[in-house]
Design a protein. Structure first.
Length: 116
């Protein structure tokens, strides 16, 4: 059974930075894609970024150049470095794992609030 636990959210001023972490249990982390979605109040859940098992990455246009996803397979952890944060980045950020068999697992989310 895969469990995902996010951390690192908080309140930050516009232009600031945060680093989110997502720790995974289970033995399939290193062979799975990992990524992040986010959901603002009253909005649908939007895809943000993904990192493949071999390290290839992809980003939503809205975060490209500001956010960086990385992974540490030794720690079963994926990171999301968020720079130059904007109020529109305010959301609940969810980590996900997609296994080679396309099963998808979700964390419970961590809140990011960008406000002065």
């Amino acid at each position: 059974q895969v469990q995902l636990v996010e951390s690192g959210g908080g309140l930050v001023q516009p232009g600031g930075s945060l680093r989110l972490s997502c720790a995974a249990s289970g033995s399939i982390f290193s062979i799975s894609a990992m990524g992040w979605y986010r959901q603002a109040p009253g909005q649908q859940r939007d895809w943000v970024t993904v990192i493949g098992a071999r390290g290839s990455t992809n980003y939503a246009d809205s975060v490209k150049g500001r956010f960086t996803i990385s992974r540490d397979n030794a720690k079963n952890t994926v990171y999301l470095q968020m720079n130059d944060l904007k109020p529109e980045d305010t959301a609940l950020y969810y980590c996900y794992l997609r296994s080679p068999g396309s099963a998808q697992y979700w964390g419970r989310g961590t809140q990011v609030t960008v406000s002065s």
